[in-house]
Write a protein that binds this ligand. Structure first.
Ligand SMILES: Cc1cc2nc3c(=O)[nH]c(=O)nc-3n(C[C@H](O)[C@H](O)[C@H](O)COP(=O)(O)O)c2cc1C
Length: 199
């Protein structure tokens, strides 16, 4: 049997990136607990054509590959730096181009980084509504790291590292113990008041 596909997507616009480190840490810790096929992307992989593509059909190949990997994944780790109090505009733009039913019932781990701790609740008030639209199975533990939690782009804060382990454990359990209901993505999306209101 093939391994569940875990895709990590980090919305960093520069490398090295703390957000990418956090996404990698969650995906790596999940893969240490369960046999997973892990693929990691950041927005640099999608290329500059992502921002200028206003429709799915206008996406250049590198960006289309990222969107398709997101849609074909069994689970996601999503992360963005905080820009002006929210996720980056390109992070939202990327998910605007994802099929509405593609993430239904799929486990999604949420991660964000910011300069300081003041915007830590961005994971709750910005990311959760977006992945609620998709009917994704959002993990209970979302992970936020500020600059002080990293040393030379290594995640060094014990509290954030513990949350990484919590999220990874939830992800691995959902992917390996068959806890997900067998609802077809198109049915789940059609029944959602959020999805219906946005069409
Ligand atoms: C345009 C811009 C806006 C930012 N806005 C915020 C903000 O509102 N709140 C915050 O805590 N950090 C803010 N930051 C800091 C970044 O979120 C922080 O340095 C982040 O960890 C960078 O992630 P990266 O290393 O993955 O690029 C901003 C940075 C930039 C470049």
């Amino acid at each position: 049997m093939s391994r569940p596909r875990l895709v990590g997507i980090s919305a960093n616009l520069q490398r090295p990136s703390r957000t990418r480190v956090l996404v990698e840490a969650i995906a790596g810790a999940a893969a240490a607990q369960a046999p997973l096929e892990v693929r990691l992307f950041d927005l640099v992989d999608a290329g500059p054509g992502l921002g200028s593509a206003w429709t799915r059909s206008a996406l250049p190949l590198p960006a289309r590959r990222v969107v398709e990997a997101i849609e074909e994944a069994d689970a996601l780790v999503v992360g963005s730096p905080v820009y002006k109090g929210g996720y980056t505009g390109l992070f939202k733009h990327l998910f605007d181009l994802v099929e509405p039913g593609a993430l239904a019932n799929k486990p999604v781990a949420i991660a964000a980084t910011g300069g300081g701790a003041r915007h830590a609740l961005v994971v709750e008030h910005a990311f959760r509504p977006l992945f609620g639209f998709f009917n994704a199975l959002q993990l209970p533990t979302a992970v936020y790291g500020s600059n002080a939690d990293f040393t030379d782009y290594a995640l060094t804060d014990a509290g954030v590292r513990a949350r990484v382990q919590d999220a990874a454990g939830q992800l691995a359990a959902l992917l390996t113990r068959g806890l997900l209901p067998g609802i077809r993505p198109e049915d789940a999306s059609a029944g959602s008041p959020v999805a219906a209101a946005s069409r």
